[in-house]
Design a protein around this ligand. Structure first.
Ligand code: NAD
Length: 397
């Protein structure tokens, strides 16, 4: 993943005729903060890496996962700077991680680790310094513990040092659906730029979790697309005339509801070969590589997960004329609403959901329009265009 991020940056830098110093300045990470968190139950390696604060405070999630490692955190921190710059919000890039099997940890242990993280890193966090958020296996409950600990350590009660908080604790309306909604807007703007009618367009979604679900529901309601297949880690569900997401609420059991009306149940990997116009990748990093990309029937792929296509898959898809709507824009809805949460906290305001969605929509739509225009003007793909735009912004003084 770090190689992939560096590859994308280096390619965009070459297109922009950056000097070696300019390219190195984008690749370089400002701070690598590391610590060991000790609780009654164990010790855990923890990281808070801060890539760039040139455009605003460091911003990025904290993941709790047994496979968290330094290279992954470096890559994710770097990509956060690229993402924030690509969609033009005044935030930088950072990422945190704790090496912990969170799924098998007790609530008491999770709370102790969350508080331990803040005790170790609170000097590096703050509304104008670094604003962490949830990520894999962390959520509003864990962030609320961190906020409480941060208030104890620093005395700052603005709540603007973390985003992804619960609504009662200064969180923002619209956060749950934000990444899926942003992906829907990115697809809509891409379709407009390319004269594609979205009504009846066939769409498949790999990963019907939080992001995939809201994307599917909103894209059906607002773009008239037809979700002909979805998958999760246990199966692919196919319905030729489209699943109806209209009355559904998101839950971990949503796939079971869809299964009861599916025409066919296949294995998870079969999602790639289902006949479709658009494939949305909303599950995992590196889900598609140079080999399994050959199964993809779609002419457009949306990267809603972070880095679901590795470099060889990207090159192969481009080689056969498949368009890719890149992660750094397609899944930025979440970080945009995080930025709006921070803005609300700093101003002591709480906006209604329509206001939040409206602001996010404007930021997301402009970002996608700018990337599509840049790709068109320079004859590059959308990912390169997004990286070029981001690098130019990160390179400005
Ligand atoms: P989630 O855990 O809610 O959903 C992930 C889904 O992927 C689950 O349904 C899971 O069953 C499925 N999945 C796992 N392995 C699979 C496989 N092999 N084949 C098909 N499906 C599989 O997570 P999420 O919050 O929806 O995030 C999805 C992706 O988007 C992650 O990569 C995440 O890092 C990225 N992302 C999320 C956000 C956000 O706001 N949640 C923002 C930016 C990026």
């Amino acid at each position: 993943m770090l190689d992939h991020a560096h590859d994308m940056i280096t390619r965009a830098a070459e297109k922009l005729n950056f000097t070696k110093e300019q390219t190195d300045a984008v690749l370089e990470i400002d701070n690598l903060h590391k610590a060991t968190i000790t609780t009654d139950a164990g010790t855990y390696d923890a990281f808070r890496f801060q890539h760039s604060d040139k455009r605003g405070p460091y911003k990025g999630g904290i993941r709790f996962h047994p496979q968290v490692n330094e290279d992954e955190v470096k890559a994710l921190a770097t990509l956060m700077s690229i993402k924030a710059a690509a969609v033009d919000i005044p935030m930088g890039g950072g990422k945190g991680g704790v090496v912990i099997d969170a799924k098998n940890a007790s609530d008491e242990e999770l709370e102790a680790v969350a508080r331990g993280f803040v005790k170790e890193f609170h000097q590096h966090i703050g509304p104008d310094r670094d604003v962490p958020a949830p990520d894999v296996n962390t959520d509003a409950r864990i962030i609320d513990w961190m906020v409480d600990e941060y208030e104890k350590q620093s005395g700052d009660t603005t709540k603007a040092s973390f985003t992804g908080k619960s609504l009662d604790n200064g969180g923002s309306e619209g956060r749950a659906a934000a990444t899926g909604r942003g992906g829907m807007i990115a697809l809509r703007e891409y379709a407009r730029a390319n004269d594609i009618d979205t009504n009846g367009l066939k769409v498949t979604v790999q990963g019907i979790g939080n992001v995939g679900f809201y994307f599917a529901q909103l894209a059906q309601a607002e773009l008239g697309i037809k979700i002909v297949a979805v998958s999760n880690s246990s199966s692919t569900l196919v319905k030729a005339d489209g699943f109806d997401f209209g009355g559904l609420e998101f839950s971990r059991g949503v796939a079971d509801e869809l299964k009861s009306v599916a025409d066919e149940v296949l294995s998870p990997d079969d999602i790639l070969s289902v006949d479709t116009d658009v494939l949305v990748l909303a599950a995992l990093e590196d889900a598609v590589n140079g080999t399994n990309q050959a199964q993809i029937t779609a002419t457009t792929v949306v990267e809603l997960a972070n880095g679901p296509l590795d470099t060889s898959a990207l090159d192969a898809l481009e080689g056969r004329g498949v368009s890719v709507i890149p992660d750094v824009i397609a899944n930025a809805g979440g970080v945009i609403v995080s930025y709006l949460e921070w803005k609300q906290n700093k101003a002591g305001e709480h906006w209604d959901e329509a206001h939040v969605n409206d602001e996010m929509e404007q930021i997301m739509a402009s970002a996608m329009q700018a990337a599509a225009a840049r790709a068109d003007n320079e004859g590059v793909n959308l990912k390169q265009a997004a990286f070029m735009i981001a690098l130019e912004r990160l390179n400005q003084n």
